[in-house]
Design a protein around this ligand. Structure first.
Ligand SMILES: *[C@@H]1O[C@H](CO)[C@@H](O)[C@H](O)[C@H]1NC(C)=O
Ligand SMILES: *[C@@H]1O[C@H](CO)[C@@H](O)[C@H](O)[C@H]1NC(C)=O
Ligand SMILES: *[C@@H]1O[C@H](CO)[C@@H](O)[C@H](O)[C@H]1NC(C)=O
Ligand SMILES: *[C@@H]1O[C@H](CO)[C@@H](O)[C@H](O)[C@H]1NC(C)=O
Length: 317
């Protein structure tokens, strides 16, 4: 841009503005037992009709479906009970952050994510009382151990994304309207972004940034040379503009993020079967045995690795 006395001040102001847009300070540093102060356990009926029984905190603790070890915290599904067809589903947990966030960034340090045929884990953000009008951002999501990870937005009608550009991943659907199943981006550049591949490299870091001009998702494997030191060190101040090209990028070009999304809670859930993992064609295409519900009922030991282990969740505003 050419210098001109009349626009010089504006140029400086807009550069400062864009630099500030990527700069955040930590608002919530969630580790170890602090997890129980920052998240509530939701013993609710599964909205996606899964073969799951979400338990409350006291039950989860008594069944050892949640525990901490130093800074890390674990939430998991039952892996010892054979279920009867007429009884409730597999015990599991669904947790929701006490705080809701509008524009923010968050880094999820994840050492392990749930595995198992029929499993459908997710790390996501929404306002449960205002869905889909308050928006939904799915950061980590997939089913039946099948990589890669898929990041998705669900909104009211009137939000779409371009079919490519500004990201490492691959757009698989462009209409974010929840009636059209949302707009999704697969992290096709890294099959270690989900399931057994993720666990095989010791997990890594997922990050999300929501501004009024874009929602971005990054993933770095543990040990990757491209993981920013701000991310791996859990820095108290971050600048997302230094992180490189995101894996998934949902710009506001034809989606007014400021009106399509309200304050969203972070939700972490682990269900089984249900409308995605349990869909017959999806389940069998995954190479999983039997049918989803019969398998989940009869094979508790298949869920020994059906757990999330977090090293930290840091939220920045
Ligand atoms: C789990 O998370 C997904 C978001 O990825 C959501 O669509 C689904 O309703 C949730 N399922 C359950 C069973 O809570
Ligand atoms: C809970 O499970 C973990 C992992 O298997 C184990 O290390 C821990 O001892 C268990 N805690 C209790 C109270 O059983
Ligand atoms: C990920 O796996 C799929 C299916 O096997 C394969 O087509 C794709 O090339 C893999 N991606 C990378 C980056 O290796
Ligand atoms: C979620 O939506 C409900 C219903 O519109 C609203 O009352 C509530 O304030 C919203 N929550 C947040 C955190 O914005």
């Amino acid at each position: 841009m050419k210098f001109s006395p009349s626009t010089g001040a504006l140029t400086v102001a807009s550069l400062a503005g864009s630099a500030l847009a990527g700069t955040y300070n930590v608002a919530d540093n969630i580790v170890g037992n602090g997890f129980y102060n920052s998240f509530g356990f939701e013993a609710i009926a599964d909205p996606t009709a899964g073969r799951v029984n979400y338990v409350d905190l006291a039950t989860a603790q008594s069944l050892n479906l949640t525990y901490t070890n130093g800074n890390s915290f674990v939430i998991r599904a039952d892996d010892t009970t054979v279920l009867t067809a007429s009884g409730p589903g597999r015990n599991s947990v669904r947790v929701k952050s006490n705080t809701a966030y509008t524009t923010h960034a968050a880094i999820f340090g994840i050492a392990h994510m749930p595995e198992g045929c029929g499993s459908w884990p997710a790390v996501w953000e929404t306002n449960e009382s205002n869905w889909p009008a308050g928006g939904e951002v799915d950061i980590v999501e997939g089913v039946n151990n099948v990589a890669p990870n898929q990041a998705t937005l669900h909104t009211s009608p009137g939000c779409t994304i371009p079919s490519s550009g500004g990201m490492l991943g691959t757009v698989v659907s462009t209409n974010c309207d929840s009636n059209a199943n949302g707009c999704s981006i697969q992290l096709t550049e890294d099959n270690n972004s989900f399931g057994p591949g993720f666990n095989g490299v010791g997990g890594g870091w997922y990050a999300v940034e929501r501004t009024n001009s874009a929602i971005s998702v990054w993933f770095w494997e543990r040990g990757s040379t491209s993981v920013p030191s701000q991310v791996s060190s859990g820095a108290s101040s971050i600048d997302t503009s230094t992180w490189g090209t995101p894996d998934a990028y949902f710009p506001s070009t034809s989606c007014d993020i400021s009106t399509m999304f309200d304050a969203n809670n972070i939700i972490i859930n682990l269900t089984f079967c249900g409308s995605w993992a349990g869909k017959a064609a999806t389940y069998s295409a995954s190479g999983c045995p039997s049918d989803c519900i019969s398998y989940v009922n009869a094979n508790p030991s298949a869920f020994t690795n059906a757990y999330f282990e977090f090293n930290a969740i840091n939220v920045y505003t």
